[in-house]
Ligand binder design. Sequence first.
Ligand code: GLN
Length: 485
Amino acid sequence: MDYQHQTIMDLRKQLDDGTCTSEELFQTALDLAKKYQESDNSFVTITPEFKQKKSQSLLNGIPYGLKDNFSTANILTTASSNILKDYIPPYDATVYKKLKQSGAVLVGKTTLDELAMGGTGTTAHTGVVRNPWDEQRLIGGSSAGSAACVARGIVPFAIGSDTGDSIRKPAAFGGIVGFKPTYGRISRYGLFAFASSLDHVGTLTRCVEDAAIVTDVLKGKDPLDMTSLENEDLNYYEHLHDDIKGRKLFYFKETCDLENYSAEDEEVIAVLTKFHELLDRLRKEGFEIEGISFGKDLLNAIYPSYMTISCAEATSNNANLTGIQFGPRGEGSSIEEIMFDARTKGFSELIKRRFILGSYILQKENQERLFLNAGRVRRLIVDRMNKLFETYDGLIMPASGGIAPKFGERSDELSERYLLLENHLALGNFGGFPSITLPMGFLHGMPLGINLTGRIKEDGVVLTMAQKIEDVAGYRGIVAGDQNV
Ligand code: GLN
């Protein structure tokens, strides 16, 4: 099998039996990273120096990509923004430290939507990320480069962050697996904060097994992140093949029932047809799956409350980007002038729009009406999910209403369609629920994803159910360009 198709365990075996060395794997990954950089633009920085600490971990000697919003000492870390374009941090994110200790080998820092805001992979200061399945199409964001380098087969895994859907959406558009574990399962120390109450660290891989392996290495309490969870003894990898018989799943009737769409919604109908076909096959394997009505008002409230909360938190978290402590210094003769200049030049339109919204939401007279009310709406939505989780083990949904859009077809503007079809991914962030996307099929030669969200702290159950879905769907380990899938 060629390198690009190999999973972590495939590479592990070769390293262990001496068929290859970690230096050779790194060199292969590096060559591929360079070869595809012009077409895909997965990396902000390729790290050409082989550095490895030997360990007993399953990740020992495995190459990987790290999103460029994780702090890496002495390695450029830009968050894909002009405001940090020359920033070299003095400290390591916990995730990076753990990966170094496990002997995994960094190949590069991956491109994101500027400061992890947005969902298209088109706003990085170093240009757009293209979808390896079709260069005319975006791969989605914000973990765009992490998804693209895994979908291309440059590395078997990459690390991403997910505040609303940023791991799980690009995974869907790239035909790979994106897993966001429970809030706090993986330390956020050293991840540039976007919206702290919603930010999660997670993985992009080409199979569920690899998501479990990497999460096993990264999970655990970190004294440097007070929201991190105590470690649980469960090893996710060892429990992947536990029995799922009788596990109960639900989906939203409002967005998944075909009768709610008309003939002109061709693409959505094609996606939902595949979705329901897969559900039927899953039922035969022992899942119980039912449509429920979540409530259209609550569904419609997800996106506006997400934007209200995330823009407010982002505005506050990013107030330290002044052009004084980090990144290129602004020009001017007073602190105000320096900040004004740095922030005017440093941020793209999307970021400025969000900071204006955030500042408005955080104004004293608006805080109660906007920020606190959005938090109350979030609570209502999470309560409804938790009520459903009393009966069901998971929510199963298409990860998107269609295939990856062409450049220019989609922006981050509000639209009714976006509202109804894709906002459910943010539920995982609202409640901190573990949530995973994996491939469910193809349409017009492009991959489509299915998403599964489970009860808080039940990461192991979600991974076990996802393993079964992967077995049934049959798209384990695919790489961009694979034929006959
Ligand atoms: N697409 C969402 C946004 O625009 C989510 C981004 C994320 O998860 N980082 O904010």
